[in-house]
Write a protein that binds this ligand. Structure first.
Ligand SMILES: [Zn+2]
Length: 78
């Protein structure tokens, strides 16, 4: 079972991956430094460090589904 505190909703527009809202600083529609194809490798078990461009916070994504990234630790909410 996936702990909800570790999830982060995202959206894709073609190859671009956006955070709907940054949990750390509240910025909306944050373009993440990864492409939709990377979601596939995360899903296959390749962890990926993601640095948010808005506030330089970072998470390690360990899984992904169609709507959520799963981080290795709970995500603090702002
Ligand atoms: Zn941020």
């Amino acid at each position: 079972m996936i702990p909800f505190e570790n999830t982060l909703p995202y959206e894709t527009i073609q190859q671009d991956v956006y955070l709907i809202e940054c949990p750390y600083c509240g910025e909306r529609n944050v373009l993440l430094p990864l492409k939709a194809e990377h979601l596939e490798t995360i899903r296959e078990g390749r962890k990926r460090l993601i640095v948010f461009p808005c506030c330089r916070e970072q998470i390690t994504a360990v899984n992904a589904d169609r709507d959520y990234l799963l981080a290795s630790r709970p995500i603090r909410r702002h």
